[in-house]
Structure formats: C-alpha cells, structure tokens
Ligand binder design. Structure first.
Ligand SMILES: Cc1ncc(COP(=O)(O)O)c(C=O)c1O
Length: 383
C-alpha cells in the first residue's frame, strides 16, 4: 500500500485549535464565485488563456486589475505598471533573483514575515534588522544602520504587518521614501494585507510612488480571494517591470498563470472582488473583537494592541516567559500559535507570540484562548 497523498498543507489533528494558522478558513474561500467565473470564462469559446501567456500578464486582466486598484487605492494605476506574479512569495523570489547577488546586504523589519526571511536566506542575502514600534519601522534605527552599510533593498510590510499587525505612520512613510531616494536603495513594500482594514484611517499604498523607480509594491489575491489561485502582482516603474518581463524564465514559460488570470478577470469584472473583501472585512472585524474580549477575559496580563486590519495579534507574555517553551506545553492543551522568535532574524522576541483569527469561528477562538490561559497557569505554577 502506498502512503496517503497529502491533499492540502493542513495537518491539524482533530480537536486541536491552531491559532498560529494564517490561512483563511475553508468556508471563507469563495468557491461559488470562482465556480461561476470559471463557468462563464470557459464558455466564451475563446481558448487564448490556454496558450502561453503575454510576458507581463494578460492585458485584459491587467486592465481590470488596474481599474480595481485605481478605485481601491484612490489614485490612478496604469496597467503598464503591473506585472502579474503567481503570488507575493514568487514576487519576492523574483526580486531577489534580479536585484541581488549572494552575500548582498538587505534590511528587514524586526520582526518580519518568517517565510520572507526564508526566501532571503535561500538567496544567501545578509539581513540587517531594523527596529519597529507601534508606528512601524523606526526611522532613526534605519538611519543608524545606513551609516554602516547600504542595502540592496529594504523589505517592509507597511500596513497591518505580519506578525505585529501594525501600520507605518504617514510621516514615517514620507521619511522612508526620501531616505530610499537619498541613499539609492529599493523599497520592497509587501502590501498583501492592505485592503483588509477593520478600523482607523486607510493608508496610502507605496504603489502611489512606484513611478519614481525606487519602490516595488507587491500585491496578492491570496488574502483577499484565495491563496490556491497563486496569483498576485508587482507594481513598479517600467524599467523594473522590464527586468521581469525580459527574463529567461518568462520568455521560456510565458507570463504567469494565464488560466487563473482569466478566471479572476471575470471576478474583477463582475465586482466579485469588492464583495469578497467587504465580506472578509465584516467577518474578521468581528473576530478581532471576539479575540480581544477573550484575551482581556482570560489573559489579562499579556500586552498587545488590537489590530486595525490584517490577520494577526502580536502578544507580549508577562515576566519574560519563553514563548517557544509555552508553545511546546500548549500542544498538551491542544492549542497552537507561532512563537515570536520565528519572526526574528537574530533570535529576538522570545517572549512574544502571534495569534491569528482567520481560520477559526468565534467560539473556537474563545476556546483556544481559554486553553492558552490554562496552559499558562500550569506553566507559571511550575516556575
Ligand atoms: C506579508 C506576507 N507576504 C506574502 C505572503 C504570501 O503571499 P502569497 O500567497 O501571495 O505568496 C504572506 C502570507 O502569509 C504574508 O503574510
């Protein structure tokens, strides 16, 4: 007998609540909308999307995406400034491939998205951490690091950051852009959570300054539609876009994901993406409130600020408790999370953890936090 094939990346044992999962709940994936869009597109008697795709991404799709972005960002976005990717992860990989060499220095937020750090490690980049606080990247920390070295790029998740949920303030955005121009390094802005805003004012996407040539903005359909589509975009000025478009990879295989692009194009044209974002925002806004209430009730000694958007709570444990040890013990209580250390390129944040609310219903979120409380009580008893 062969081994059972893995049908998805999910291997959460039944009854276990993994608050570390940053993947949308299966019931929030818009199966009906995708099914309808696919049906309509497949019945158009037009097989162009089964052919190798245009290098930059299908023109009709880029136009529909540009219209969506212009409306959603509140400034005009040209379809020529977009390059279609198979997700932000692929975008990061391509940026490393075309703009760095092994051994180059890059700057990253401390903490940052752990898989991005893995992609940078794959490319053998030297990562220098830049401190963050409640308002995102600390500009003084960046200025200090710029005295000693010049990065190829600075990787930032400016809005509803992973893992902290925090957003870079408008004043810091301006200072960051001017430093990037002054010192000649690229700003790689990973904006995958940008549209998931539950409270507070909207932020201006870094895409607004992309024409200047020092900014690459990454977007994705993973967080606002479905990760399995493997579809995203890069927005940048034309010389950067042409580094991707004129590459051997794209010349050989054609533009990314023409089949999926054609289906998502229908979703965009029908207004389905706007509706889906509206729905996700309503669901997640409620879950933030539920998780916040559960944390206040069961874990009054932890420190955090409820996120205004995105996927995550970033929690500081009391009394320098070690989150990795806590995670090991929490397994016995059938609950999981991501320890803070995972998000540091220098072994920091050992007393922090990241919780997510996107994979579970409200009652499971409450139950998960209650289990954390029980585990923490036992752990503190033993100290
Ligand atoms: C900040 C950030 N960037 C990129 C990704 C992955 O995006 P994609 O699915 O588009 O590759 C994630 C997913 O968790 C993320 O949090």
């Amino acid at each position: 007998m062969g081994t059972t094939p893995q049908i998805s990346q999910f291997q959460v044992p039944s009854g276990f609540i993994d608050l570390g999962l940053g993947d949308p709940q299966f019931s929030l994936l818009p199966l009906d909308m995708i099914s309808q869009a696919a049906f309509e597109r497949l019945n158009q008697n037009d097989s162009v999307f089964l052919q190798y795709g245009a290098n930059q991404g299908d023109g009709v799709f880029r136009q529909a995406l540009a219209e969506f972005l212009s409306r959603a960002y509140g400034f005009s976005t040209a379809s020529e400034s977009l390059f279609i990717t198979s997700g932000a992860s692929m975008g990061l990989h391509l940026i490393c491939t075309f703009f760095t060499h092994p051994g180059d220095t890059i700057f990253v937020e401390e903490p940052s998205y752990f898989y991005a750090l893995r992609i940078f490690a794959d490319h053998q980049l030297r990562m220098i951490p830049i401190s963050t606080d409640e308002n995102g990247l600390v500009i003084e920390s960046l200025e200090e690091k710029l005295v000693g070295s010049r990065p190829k790029f600075l990787y930032i998740i400016p809005t509803y950051q992973n893992p902290t949920g925090r957003t870079l303030s408008p004043e810091r955005r301006q200072r960051l852009e001017s430093l990037s121009r002054k010192y000649g390094f690229l700003l790689v802005a990973d904006e995958v959570y940008h549209f998931l805003r539950y409270s507070g004012l909207p932020s201006v996407s870094f895409a607004a300054g992309a024409e200047a040539g020092n900014i690459i903005s990454l977007g994705s359909f993973s967080k606002i539609l479905a990760p399995g589509l493997r579809l995203g975009w890069i927005q940048a000025n034309s010389s950067i876009i042409h580094r991707f478009v004129d590459s051997g990879l794209i010349d050989s295989g054609g533009g990314m994901n023409p089949f999926t692009s054609a289906i998502v194009c229908r979703v965009l044209e029908s207004g389905g993406l706007d509706k889906n974002i509206e729905k996700l925002v309503a669901v997640f806004r409620n879950r933030v409130a539920v998780m916040d209430a559960a944390l206040r009730q069961y874990l009054p000694d932890v420190e955090y600020t409820p996120p205004m958007g995105g996927y995550f709570f970033w929690i500081k444990l009391p009394g320098k408790l070690n989150a990795t040890e806590f995670e090991q013990r929490a397994k016995l209580f059938h609950v999981g999370f991501r320890p803070g250390e995972l998000f540091s390129c220098q072994g920091g944040f050992q007393d922090y953890l990241r919780l997510s609310y996107v994979f579970y219903e409200s009652d499971e979120l409450e139950q998960g936090v209650l289990r954390l409380k029980k585990c923490l009580e036992k752990m503190v008893e033993k100290i």
